[in-house]
Design a protein. Sequence first.
Length: 319
Amino acid sequence: MSNKSKYRQFSKSNPALPIFSKDWWLDATCGADGWDVALVERGGEIVASLPYAMTRSGLFVKIGQPMLTQKLGPWLKPIEGKQATVLSEQKELMSGLLEGLPNYDQFLQNFDHGISNWLPFYWQGFKQTTRYTYVISSLADTGKLYSDLQSNIRREIKKAKDRNGITVVQSNSIDDYLAINRQTFGRQGLKVPYSDDYVRNLDAACSKNGCRKIWLAKDTEGRVHAGAYIVWDSDAAYYLMGGGDPELRTSGAMSLCLWEAILDASKYTKSFDFEGSMIEPIERFVRAFGATQRPYFQISRTPSRLIRMKEALRMVLTR
């Protein structure tokens, strides 16, 4: 049986596996033939896995993660024992995963913020960049969630509801969401990085697996001010995508939309991950929801000398 076939069975039977590492998610975002997985097995049991997207760009083979996928990286079966034992086991498992990768010219993945030990990758010539996400670690006490909001977010929520008559409704129309999502990129003069069909395909898979909700903030005239696309697994809900009407940005709708999404997520998972951002205005906004800053590792390795030269030249030209 191939690694992928074993992993499909493992994915279906392991609820602790992050949503972004599920086989159906990878099928939807990469295509069934666009991904594979490295495994470490003991006694017929999978104890470590490293799924990856694999693409060809000209002569180059690149290993990474697909669009709209916050993280991949290794999954390790929980390890018990003394710290020295845990670290030794992590080294053995991660080294086994690296041995299972095919030949490639470039590797780039984001690891889960729960992975604090990337030394086995460093010892194999990988590099690390620290990035940040923001996480509300517990959704159990909704009263505390509200008190942890910064005052400006509470004001925005109140303004949206009381002054602008905005309500947040759940929608099953991915096209309604896509319309508001496009406006966000248009306001910034940016091209949407994914096609509508790509999102529709992912939405169909999420809907089939019962782990997505689309939230739209509307006023009394039926105008959509903002929207949020939320997915979840047993550990966390993720703010996968968002959008807003640039002409209605000051209505407070985005704050209200996310607040209602957080409250709803408390019914079916443990935490809420804003997926972070290294863009200052976005970071300031999500931080105001009382979330905790969590560092995560972006791990890379580029064996191809030609790719390294091209990237170095690009950096020089863009200075």
